[in-house]
Design a protein around this ligand. Structure first.
Ligand SMILES: Nc1ncnc2c1ncn2[C@@H]1O[C@H](COP(=O)(O)OP(=O)(O)OP(=O)(O)O)[C@@H](O)[C@H]1O
Ligand SMILES: [Mg+2]
Length: 305
C-alpha cells in the first residue's frame, strides 16, 4: 500500500540561548523517517521535550525543517499550495486556546469552508455536528459556553470539516478529565472507521494502547522504535521503550516545573544515542554512534540489535 505521508530523514534545529550572547543549535528532530498509511492511527509517544510537537508542526508546515522532506501522496508538501491544508488538518491539546472565544461554533466551523470557497456550508456544518455528536443548538454558542469535552468536539469538527485525509492530533485528550478523554478517544476511533487517518501524539503510552495501530517511540528528537502496537507494547526492543512502559504516567509537561524540564533537556547528548546517559544496557559505542535498522518490518534505533 502506498503511504499517505512519508517523512524522510527529517531534522529540525532551534537556536537557543546558552549563556550570555551565546546561541546553540538544539536538535528537536534528528533524521526521523516514518510513514503513515491510509486508515491507520500512528501513535507518536515520548516524554516531554522529545520532539513530538515539532514533528507534528513540520508535517503541518507550521515549522520549516532544517533537513529532510515530507511527502504527501508522493508530493513534497513544501512545494504544495494552500490545497495541502484541505488534506491535512490539526487538533491541538487545548481547545480553549485553539478556538477563537469571540466566534460562535457555527462561525468556527464555517471559517475553513469560507477560506476554501466551499458551497453548501450549512449542510456541511450540520453534518459535522452530527458526526462529533453535538446538538445543532450548540451552533449559536461560544466556546466558553461549552464543557471541555464539547469544546474539543468542536475542534475535531473543525479539523474534519474539509474532509481531510490525515489529521495530526497533538495531545488532544491531555487537557480533559479521564472520563471525557475516553469519549474523545472513542470519537476519534469512530472517525477512523469513516476513513480518516491520524497521527496521534501523546506523552502517555497507555492512551495509545486504546487507539493506535502502530506506535512510533521518540526520544531526544530521535525515532527510537516503530512497530505495530502489539509489538511495541508486548515485546519492546529499545531500552527506552521498556523504560516508558515501566514508568508511571507522568503529569503533562505543562503541569511540571520548569527546572525539571530544563534538567531533562540538557541531559541529552549531541551525538550517539540520546538515551545513552540513562540507558541500563548501554554499550561503549552508544556515546558516539547509533545504529538504525529495519528488523522484520519493524524499525529500531539501538546498538544492541
Ligand atoms: N520555538 C522553539 N524554540 C526553541 N526551542 C524549541 C522551540 N520549540 C520547541 N523547542 C525545543 O525542542 C525540543 C522539542 O520540543 P517539542 O515541543 O517538540 O517536544 P514535545 O515532545 O512536544 O514535548 P511536550 O510533551 O512537552 O509537548 C524541546 O527541547 C523544546 O524545548
Ligand atoms: Mg508537545
Amino acid at each position: 500500500m502506498e503511504p499517505l505521508l512519508s517523512v524522510k530523514s527529517l531534522s529540525k534545529a532551534y537556536k537557543v540561548k546558552k549563556g550570555f550572547l551565546r546561541k546553540e543549535a538544539l536538535w528537536a528532530l534528528r533524521e526521523v523517517s516514518l510513514e503513515v498509511f491510509p486508515l491507520e492511527i500512528l501513535g507518536v509517544v515520548g516524554e516531554s521535550g522529545s520532539g513530538k510537537s515539532t514533528l507534528g508542526k513540520v508535517i503541518l508546515r507550521l515549522e520549516a525543517p532544517s533537513e529532510g522532506e515530507v511527502y504527501f501522496k508522493g508530493r513534497n508538501v513544501f512545494k504544495l499550495g494552500r490545497e495541502y491544508t484541505r488534506h491535512v488538518s490539526v487538533v491541538f491539546q487545548d481547545p480553549r486556546a485553539s478556538l477563537n472565544p469571540r466566534m460562535t461554533v457555527r462561525e468556527i466551523l464555517e471559517e475553513p469552508l469560507l477560506v476554501h470557497g466551499i458551497k453548501d456550508r450549512k449542510g456541511k456544518i450540520e453534518e459535522v455536528m452530527e458526526l462529533v455528536s453535538l446538538p445543532v443548538e450548540f451552533l449559536e454558542r461560544k466556546p466558553d459556553e461549552l464543557s471541555g469535552g464539547q469544546r474539543q468536539r468542536v475542534a475535531i469538527g473543525r479539523a474534519i470539516i474539509l474532509n481531510p485525509e490525515l489529521i495530526v492530533a497533538d495531545e488532544p485528550t491531555a487537557s480533559l478529565d479521564v472520563a471525557i478523554q475516553e469519549q474523545v478517544l472513542n470519537l476519534l476511533l469512530k472517525l477512523k472507521g469513516s476513513g480518516y487517518s491520524f497521527i496521534f501524539i501523546t506523552h502517555d503510552i497507555r492512551v495509545i494502547e486504546k487507539i493506535g495501530d502502530r506506535i512510533a517511540v521518540i526520544y531526544g528528537g530521535t525515532l527510537m522504535e516503530l512497530g505495530s502496537k502489539e509489538e511495541i507494547l508486548r515485546e519492546p526492543m529499545n531500552p527506552y521503550t521498556k523504560f516508558l512502559l515501566k514508568s508511571v504516567p507522568v503529569k503533562h509537561p505543562k503541569h511540571r516545573k520548569k527546572e525539571e524540564l530544563q534538567e531533562f533537556e540538557y541531559n541529552i547528548p549531541s551525538r550517539g544515542c540520546p538515551f545513552y546517559p540513562r540507558c541500563p544496557d548501554k554499550l561503549e559505542e552508544c556515546s558516539t554512534t547509533l545504529r538504525r535498522k529495519n528488523l522484520n518490518g519493524r524499525f529500531i534505533a539501538c546498538n544492541l540489535y
